[in-house]
Design a protein. Sequence first.
Length: 113
Amino acid sequence: MLERRAYLDKMRSSRGIEVVGNYVVSHLDGPRMGDIKTAWKRVCKDLDLTDFHFHDNRHTFCSNIIMAGGTLKHAKEMIGHKTLRMTDRYSHLEAARDNPIHSILAAHYGSAS
């Protein structure tokens, strides 16, 4: 998304377009798009993403909460699940995160250049 944001900023600047809003997904001049599904499909097409669905963002967000040290309860509250059972599908990440090898791998990948 950051690459797309930089691209849009460059396009706007080169065309002298002033941004009216601050939407993540918007028309080039800033106003919101009417249908998120249409906008999402366009973004995926522009970025040549295949088999990537809008809901995948929720899954990634929830996974990142757990892997960053949050609990299933934190994820449930932040993602808006009504029950902890819905969030329980991420419990394997909690177990993996608490495994000592996790910090070893995190250090390894964090130092990889």
